[in-house]
Every structure is written in C-alpha cells, then in structure tokens.
Design a protein around this ligand. Structure first.
Ligand code: ZN
Length: 60
C-alpha cells in the first residue's frame, strides 16, 4: 500500500461493513485511526497497521 492516505481520503476496504458498504472516509489518520462508514456513518477505531492491511484501494 503506497498510495497516499490522509484525513478526508475515501478508501475501499477488502471487507465491507455489515451494512453492505465497503467505502470509508478517513476521519483521523494517526497511530490509531478513525474511519467512517459511508453507508451508515458509523465510526470505527482501528490501528493504522491493521487499516493499511485492509485497504484495497484509495479513491481520493
Ligand atoms: Zn456501515
């Protein structure tokens, strides 16, 4: 994963959220990251290393 990820980026994760959406907005990008599901607006807190492993594609 070499694409630039920053706050506000929209990413596609390998595994979607139970609501059916797999696009997420990066709300906070630090050692611990916060991502928001674009389908249901739910915020998930995730370790940056884990997040990078789960990203399939960076959209913007
Ligand atoms: Zn969702």
């Amino acid at each position: 994963m070499t694409e630039e990820i920053k706050e506000g980026s929209i990413v596609v994760l390998k595994k979607g959220h139970p609501c059916g959406e797999n696009k997420w907005e990066i709300v906070r990008f630090g050692t611990i990251c916060k991502i928001k599901c674009l389908g249901c607006d739910r915020i998930v807190i995730i370790d940056r290393v884990d997040l990078k492993k789960r990203i399939k594609k960076v959209l913007q």
